[in-house]
Design a binder for this molecule. Structure first.
Ligand code: MN
Length: 266
């Protein structure tokens, strides 16, 4: 199973969630919301060879954490993945738009200057603005739009720009979300939980819930089983994590054997 967007550090007992991921062999992109959270979140995965820790600065925190941009730049050479970053145009965040835009465009620029990264991107009520920023910085790496909720036209533009998509159970329960997922290139889709922010059955989602997303994808794609979906997703993950433009190839991303250990880059 693959959870390409989860906030492991925000669970009440992160170690328990990590232990279950290790037991199940789940690949997790463990995203962070502030650069100051990165080292501690990285340490959570020290004995979890399939968990990768992304360096992020969430748009909802942009106005409070603008000063952490320096720390972001300092840590970037050690981080193979970047996220959660992006823009949020919802009413609660609109007031801090200038800070959001400053941080997002600066992060894309420093990623480009350092050879590009795989980027997990938030775009709630800001799809067109996110795409404008990505269009202006195509050398920033490989964008993975998490929980994309734009219009079909915006989705078509994202696809043309080379974006990937991480899709959670919530996107697959409604007709609008399913129609968007059906429009995404099958070879650029991964599953995500967005736990613990996203809810599954009235409780905070966990990485295990990506199984529900795989069931939903089987329906949208007309595949007989979640097993076939997992094969598609595993191929996608391998391609994404070894893609040129996503910076240093992560050939161990699919390794399940804990004895293989991990490289310095996470
Ligand atoms: Mn998130």
């Amino acid at each position: 199973m693959i959870d390409f967007h989860c906030h492991l550090d925000l669970y009440p007992d992160p170690d328990a969630v990590v232990a279950r991921c290790v037991e199940a062999g789940t690949y997790v992109l463990s995203v962070t919301t502030t650069p100051s959270a990165w080292r501690g979140t990285l340490a959570l995965a020290s004995r979890a060879p399939r968990i990768r820790t992304a360096l992020g600065l969430h748009p909802e925190l942009a106005h409070e954490r603008r000063r952490e941009l320096d720390l972001f730049e300092e840590l970037l050479p050690r981080a193979r993945y970047v996220g959660e970053i992006g823009l949020d145009g919802s009413p609660a965040c609109r007031g801090h738009w200038e800070d959001q835009l400053h941080i997002f465009t600066r992060i894309l620029a420093v990623c480009a200057a350092d050879g590009g990264r795989v980027l997990s991107i938030h775009s709630r009520r800001a799809s067109s603005d996110v795409l404008d920023a990505l269009d202006a910085r195509r050398d920033a790496g490989v964008p993975v739009l998490h929980w994309f909720s734009g219009t079909p036209r915006e989705l078509a533009r994202a696809v043309a720009l080379g974006c990937w998509f991480s899709v959670g159970p919530a996107m697959l329960t409604g007709a609008k979300g399913r129609a968007l997922v059906a429009q995404m290139p099958r070879d650029r889709v991964l599953t995500e939980s967005d736990g613990p922010f996203a809810q599954t059955n009235g409780r905070p989602a966990t990485p295990a819930d990506v199984g529900l997303a795989a069931d939903g994808l089987a329906l949208v794609w007309g595949l007989a089983s979640a097993g076939e979906v997992h094969q598609v997703l595993a191929r996608n993950l391998l391609r994404l994590t070894t893609a040129p433009g996503g910076s240093k190839p992560d050939h161990d991303a699919l390794a399940c054997d804990p004895r293989r250990g991990t490289s310095g880059l996470r």
